[in-house]
Design a protein around this ligand. Structure first.
Ligand SMILES: Cc1cc2nc3c(=O)[nH]c(=O)nc-3n(C[C@H](O)[C@H](O)[C@H](O)COP(=O)(O)OP(=O)(O)OC[C@H]3O[C@@H](n4cnc5c(N)ncnc54)[C@H](O)[C@@H]3O)c2cc1C
Length: 443
């Protein structure tokens, strides 16, 4: 008997879940599986393509593992199909034994303070999507003509954004940053990037490797205000990764001014600073912050405020999943309402859509494998798995009836070849940044 599984989303969580299904049904016990992976974009791999920084090519290399899964007979990629628009969840439920939402968390969590809607202030999903060529954000056109940028948040996404704003053209040589972003960054006038965070060094979510990169930039030097550092002996209680990160912050605080002055661009850490308003006239010019102290790990305002100049603001404060019609949603957590991945009989979620925007790419692997165990359990106890499911045959008939232009994995390989052929010298690819161009490139 063939089991039919639909996975919505071709990012890490989607592919690890498919890999787990493949491994489970590799056993020769008279059952096999067909997995269809749908994506709204004509191109696969989710945030590996549109989130992970363009100058972190070795991390993007994980997609080769997903390609191995994709190139097998029982797993199929169906791109350019947006679930909720082109096909509904109940329709998929009629066709597949299990429907798995691996749709990630593509929306910015908003910083709901006065002035948040001023021009040239963006969330990181939009800004990162812009420099990574996500079709939804390719036209963002941030204005980099001002001297000051502010990046809000103390995690790795804030570090990515600050680093991308600080790098020189030569430093992008081997990256796949898209041409429109490279052009804009080449003309950028930014001289100061302030990374603003509500809490202090012991509460950052920045990992040592990413933090260390800030200290190795060609034209930029990071700086931490020594007054923000706790007493060195207090670091002893930290777990080793965080302790390393805090040691780097101590190094940045100790860099003499004359060394920093050799660099053209300053990256200032502004800690214990909670944004309370954006100021500007149509366009942002400053972020007003309130000084904080830490009480029981939480930032508490002191009432004392000051302004950080900012002609560009990028808020990197987290993400939310997009709701899909007919799927219960947890508004408070910003993800699908689920019990360890189970949403409703036959409907599941995994990855960022299940647990929110936390962890690394690798965290999605146990998530996908764990979910597949639950699906197998539900099949075994008869909760799901009726014999009349048509799977991909049924989807193909529906797609034809609806005139959906489904992009296959073979099509994607043509798109990929065209992107590789168009690459600048030394770069791995020049991405297509609009859906039409992608579809045209499949040949
Ligand atoms: C800026 C940024 C940088 C990062 N850098 C790193 C890093 O360097 N190292 C690291 O380990 N981790 C990094 N991460 C984290 C990593 O990207 C995530 O852990 C991972 O991508 C989450 O996987 P996912 O499959 O849940 O979601 P995603 O990767 O977001 O994939 C979701 C997919 O679902 C598709 N989709 C959404 N809605 C629909 C719909 N309705 N119909 C069809 N398809 C849909 C999307 O198009 C997308 O392809 C980074 C994250 C961000 C945001």
């Amino acid at each position: 008997m063939t089991r039919h599984i639909a996975i919505i989303g071709s990012g890490p969580a989607g592919y690890y879940t498919a890999e787990a299904a493949q491994k489970h049904w590799a056993k020769d016990d008279g059952e096999d599986v067909q997995v269809d992976i749908f994506d709204a974009l004509p191109v696969p791999y989710g945030l590996i393509r549109t989130g992970v920084a363009p100058d972190h090519q070795s991390i993007k290399g994980v997609s080769r593992r997903y390609e191995k899964v994709a190139l097998t007979d029982n797993v199929r990629f169906a791109g350019n199909v947006m679930v909720g628009r082109d096909i509904t969840i109940p329709e998929l439920g009629q066709l597949y034994d299990a429907v798995v939402l691996a749709t990630g968390a593509p929306n910015d969590r908003e910083l709901d303070i006065p002035g948040h809607d001023l021009g040239n202030s963006f969330g990181s999903a939009a800004f990162v999507g812009w420099y990574n060529g996500h079709p939804q954000f390719a036209d963002l056109a941030p204005d980099l003509s001002g001297r000051h940028a502010a990046v809000i948040g103390m995690g790795n996404v804030a570090l990515d954004v600050a680093r991308i704003l600080a790098k020189t053209e030569t430093e992008f040589a081997e990256s796949d940053i898209v041409a429109h972003a490279l052009d804009a960054l080449r003309a950028s006038n930014i001289e100061t990037i302030t990374i603003i965070g509500r809490r202090g060094p012991h509460q950052i979510a920045m990992t040592p490797k990413e933090l260390a990169e800030l200290g190795q930039l060609e034209r930029a030097a990071p700086h931490v205000d020594p007054r923000d550092l706790p007493e060195p002996e207090e670091d002893a209680i930290l777990e080793p990764g965080l302790r390393k990160s805090v040691t780097l912050l101590r190094d940045y605080a100790a860099t003499p001014e004359h060394i920093r002055a050799e660099k053209h661009l300053a990256i200032e850490f502004d800690m214990y600073a909670s944004p309370v308003a954006f100021h500007g006239d149509g366009k942002v010019t400053a972020v007003e912050v309130e000084e904080t102290t830490i009480e029981k790990g939480r930032a508490v305002g002191t009432g004392k405020t000051y302004r950080v100049p900012a002609d560009l603001v990028v808020s990197c404060i987290g993400y939310r999943t997009s709701p899909i019609p007919d799927v219960p949603f947890d508004e408070r957590m910003g993800r699908f309402a689920n019990d360890e991945g189970r949403i409703l009989p036959g409907l599941y979620c995994v990855g960022w859509a299940r647990r929110g925007p936390t962890g690394t790419i690798g965290t999605n692997r146990p998530d996908g494998y764990g979910l597949m165990e639950k699906i197998v359990e539900d099949i075994a106890n008869g909760a799901i798995g009726r014999a009349d499911k048509q799977g991909r045959k049924g989807f193909d008939a529906l797609a034809q009836k609806r005139g959906l232009d489904v992009v296959t994995f073979r099509d994607w390989k043509h798109i990929e070849a065209a992107e590789t052929a168009a690459a600048r010298d030394g770069a791995p690819r020049e991405k297509f940044v609009d859906v039409e161009a992608m579809i045209k490139a499949r040949g």
